[in-house]
Design a binder for this molecule. Structure first.
Ligand SMILES: Nc1ncnc2c1ncn2[C@@H]1O[C@H](COP(=O)(O)OP(=O)(O)O)[C@@H](O)[C@H]1O
Ligand SMILES: [Mg+2]
Length: 286
């Protein structure tokens, strides 16, 4: 299912993949799918001394899973994403993606940062095509896919506009297309909606959840918004304050296909409240 220009709607996920970690003991590590962290920590060395940012972490993200990391500012969320994407080496431990150790940026991930970071002199379509040009993949083959992605996020008709002619939300949607255009297996997003107004952000949450269901991508998304984490995730990893460690990992019992209405459900409120308690245990701020 890899490689073709057609949008792969049928997914690489499914119950089988989701159960795979249960069978891991009897399988060779090379066949382990998903993302696996073992004892991964980070201490930044600086002139003023060491800055411990992450304590050793152990967890796994399954194939086709929407996995969200939530935690307070400065707890090491971006550090974690940079290490998983191969942009930054861990101080200890190792990261495996589909059984292979991550030592450099890998080609099978698309990354979305907090700001859209579109090139101002390139049109929307040619911004989306940037990874294809950089990877020297055949343009003609991927152009229809780029257009289809833009259509999927509601940007049909804007292909030839320049970034400044789009709203912030539209630019961010274009940057999501850019992260998907080469059909990466994994999408990593670092607070992708932080700069958006509340209403656009909700729309983007809804659309991203839908895109993930349609494409079956594995998504790792980082946020400091607890409601956003609960709405989007199949599982939420809650981090402690810096140096970050795992406070808890929750399954989100809201079903696969979600409308924004789930945010008014008791199950949603209940989980938001449980996660919030990790940060306001004294009760002083809540
Ligand atoms: N290059 C760096 N050198 C030294 N300290 C850093 C560096 N990058 C991040 N840090 C520190 O590591 C901690 C975690 O940073 P970061 O991963 O950006 O947190 P978050 O994304 O959760 O806000 C912070 O305290 C930050 O000051
Ligand atoms: Mg950050």
């Amino acid at each position: 299912m890899k490689g073709g220009p057609a949008l792969s709607i049928a997914a690489n996920n499914g119950a089988g993949a989701r159960d795979s970690h249960l069978r891991v003991v009897s399988e060779a590590p090379a066949h382990t799918s998903g993302i696996r962290l073992s004892g991964v920590s980070k201490t930044y060395r600086s002139r003023d001394g060491d800055v411990p940012s992450l304590r050793p972490l152990d967890f796994q993200i399954n194939d086709g899973e929407f996995f969200v990391v939530v935690g307070p500012s400065g707890c090491g969320k971006s550090t974690l994403l940079k290490m998983i994407s191969g942009l930054l080496p861990p101080s200890t431990g190792e990261i495996l993606v589909d059984g292979e150790k991550v030592t450099k940026p890998h080609g099978n991930a698309g990354i979305v940062f907090q700001n859209a970071l579109l090139l101002p002199w390139r049109t929307v379509l040619s911004n989306v095509m940037l990874p294809i040009d950089m990877k020297r993949l055949p343009r003609a083959e991927y152009l229809p896919r780029a257009k289809k992605l833009l259509e999927m996020v509601g940007l049909a008709g804007f292909e030839n506009k320049l970034p400044w002619q789009l709203s912030g939300g539209m630019q961010q949607r274009a940057s999501i297309c850019r992260a998907l255009v080469h059909d990466p297996k994994i999408m990593m997003m670092d607070e992708p909606f932080g700069a958006l107004d509340a209403m656009t952000r909700e729309r983007m949450n809804y659309e991203l959840r839908r895109i993930q269901r349609e494409t079956g991508k594995t998504i790792l998304l980082i946020t400091h918004s607890i409601p956003e984490a609960v709405f989007l995730a199949d599982r939420v990893l809650v981090m402690t304050e810096r140096p970050g460690s795992i406070a808890a990992i929750y399954d989100v019992p809201l079903g696969h296909d979600r409308s924004l209405d789930v945010m008014t459900s008791p199950a949603f409120a209940d989980l938001v409240q449980r996660i919030r308690k990790h940060f306001f245990t004294q009760g002083a701020l809540d």
